[in-house]
Design a protein around this ligand. Structure first.
Ligand SMILES: [Zn+2]
Length: 240
């Protein structure tokens, strides 16, 4: 990630090799962030935020007991930036798929971006086609109002609940959800999507996108590509 972030923003390229690095790094970032990413911010966030960040775990192995958290692997407190890890994260199988260390690394990278930057999971598109993030609290209120409308059809929504309903299309930035749609509609904002950084980490290491070609795009658990044996070169490549 450091290597790609660094070479993508270099302009004083001294030889053919450096030009190749620059093109390779930009191509990687385009694959992950889309056609018009903000290379400067990606460089800044990678080198100043991610590379210097420390994960602050508030609590680990929290039971996934209630309906609200039954599918939750981890959450980040938007106020104090600490991360809460659930029991699901440690399980051997999740949604019928064998859990992997790669999937756990993805979750930590995703949560870390919530913790150290302005990164979000939910987005919406206005009538003019502009894509804007939606904070988790607003999405939760929207989902609660929608659930009430569905489950208690004869109980009308209060005025507050009516206001909570988001009427513009919602886009989820998770890789296994509507990541591609977000990338196409708002490449210049993809650095503000938390899961983008997990995809960036995966692609920087493996030179592949997390879901292999032909695999179910909703594949929830990421794993090492089959072709990856021991990529000593990738692991030992110096940051610059
Ligand atoms: Zn998230």
């Amino acid at each position: 990630m450091l290597w790609n972030a660094h070479w993508a923003v270099q302009t004083d390229l001294k030889n053919a090799e450096q030009k190749r690095y620059h093109e390779e790094a930009k191509a990687t970032i385009n694959t992950v962030f889309g056609a018009s990413p903000d290379y400067k911010i990606i460089h800044q966030w990678t080198t100043s935020l991610l590379a210097k960040a420390t994960i602050k775990i508030a609590q680990d192995n929290i039971p996934n007991n209630d309906a609200d958290t039954k599918d939750t692997m981890a959450v980040t407190d938007p106020q104090d930036h600490r991360i809460y890890i659930f029991e699901l994260y440690h399980r051997d199988k999740v949604r019928g798929q064998s859990m992997t260390d790669v999937a756990r690394a993805r979750i930590l990278l995703h949560e870390l971006m919530h913790s150290v930057s302005y990164a979000y999971d939910w987005w919406t598109m206005d009538a003019d086609g502009n894509v804007n993030f939606v904070v988790a609290e607003k999405v939760n209120k929207h989902l609660a109002a929608r659930a009430k409308a569905k489950q208690q059809r004869n109980v009308p929504l209060t005025e507050d609940e009516k206001r909570d309903v988001i009427t513009t299309p919602l886009i989820n930035g998770y890789w296994h959800s509507t990541y591609q749609a977000l990338k196409e509609a708002a490449s210049h904002k993809m650095h503000m999507n938390a899961d983008t950084w997990a995809v960036f980490g995966y692609y920087s290491l493996y030179r592949k996108l997390p879901t292999p070609a032909g695999a179910d795009p909703s594949c929830f658990v990421w794993s090492r590509p089959e072709s990856f044996k021991s990529n000593v070169e990738a692991l030992s490549r110096s940051p610059y």
